[in-house]
Design a binder for this molecule. Structure first.
Ligand code: FE2
Length: 319
């Protein structure tokens, strides 16, 4: 047997041995009292929440976090345990800026036009464009005409972990509206589209071929629900922060924890859509989108499904 002689580093001389003083913070729980701490008094469930477009319809330029951190019992701002969604309003000629500690930021331009700046990157954006920025540096957005954006980052996850991003895992990337709509139209025209419960495209990046997601943490879908469509329920362990781009009256989502014997959602909560609204679909809950109007509706769910896929914990299931 070989014994390696390791020289003791100097730091050991100063080390203080753990003592019974640790009794102040070292705890033991009887198993049944701590094995499932998801309960209102400890770690609360993720609540339903609806954010109306009136939140950013007018007023001064601002980045408005959709903050429910008090309900989540987490440090804010946060829309879910790991993600923060925001509405952004930029009055023509104004600039807004932020420097969240995040790995990933995904933006969708609801209206208007302008430019985004991050480090040496500058990109022009217009209505209907998506773009992504890594979170290693702050960003600034300027508007050449009154602009409104929806924007999701993973700063709450990093805050919980107590870390800052050390490397950009992808380059800033823009997904132009014309191309996104072309790809969505292609999906709608596919001969198999009638058999599918949704017509949608998933945004990807060459940096993430294995998860097929928009960033390594975030997942973004651009989808259309056709007129007179009733979707079958599905569920996944990722949280969905849904944005409704446009819809006619009569579009809604049903959400609930269980399915009944017919495969329908038991005692569902109904979320009525309005153009430009956002809402939370909690992880693990069954949900389905409905369009009882005579016009197509478009939606953009943004989720932490890049991370959940990497962890092999997404568990997406269809009724
Ligand atoms: Fe979903």
């Amino acid at each position: 047997m070989t014994i390696l002689e390791i020289e003791a580093p100097e730091i050991l001389d100063d080390a203080v041995p753990a003592s019974s003083d640790d009794g102040d913070r070292a705890l033991f729980y009887e198993y049944s009292t701590a094995a499932d701490p998801i309960r209102p008094s400890l770690t609360p469930r993720i609540p339903y929440h609806f954010f109306p477009p009136s939140l950013y319809a007018d007023g001064p330029s601002r980045i408005l976090p959709l903050d429910i951190s008090a309900e989540l019992k987490t440090e804010g701002p946060a829309t879910g345990p790991g993600l923060c969604a925001n509405f952004i309003r930029i009055v023509q000629g104004d600039t807004v800026q932020a420097a969240p500690l995040a790995t990933s930021m995904v933006f969708y331009v609801l209206k208007g036009a302008g430019r985004a700046f991050q480090g040496a990157t500058e990109l022009a954006f217009g209505e209907g464009d998506f773009f992504t920025l890594p979170g290693t540096q702050g960003f600034a957005l300027t508007a050449s005409e009154d602009a409104a954006l929806y924007y999701v980052n993973d700063a709450p996850l990093l805050r919980y972990l107590g870390v800052a991003p050390s490397a950009a895992r992808f380059e800033p990337t823009i997904y132009k509206a014309a191309r996104a709509n072309e790809e969505l139209a292609k999906a709608a025209a596919d001969p198999g589209a009638a058999l599918r419960s949704r017509i949608s495209v998933l945004l990807g990046n060459t940096a993430f071929p294995l998860t097929r997601t928009v960033t390594h943490v975030l997942w973004a879908m651009y989808g259309m629900i056709g007129p007179d469509t009733m979707q079958k329920p599905h569920r996944h362990q990722s949280i969905a922060l849904d944005l409704i781009v446009d819809c006619a009256p009569g579009c809604y989502t049903l959400v609930g924890r269980d399915l009944d014997e017919n495969g329908d959602i038991r005692n569902p909560v109904k979320v009525d859509w309005e153009p430009g609204c956002a809402f939370i679909t909690p992880p693990g809950y069954w949900h389905a989108h409905f369009n009882s109007s005579d016009r197509p509706a478009r939606l953009i769910p943004i989720q932490d499904a890049g991370l959940q896929t990497y962890l092999r914990s997404l568990d997406i299931r269809f009724a």
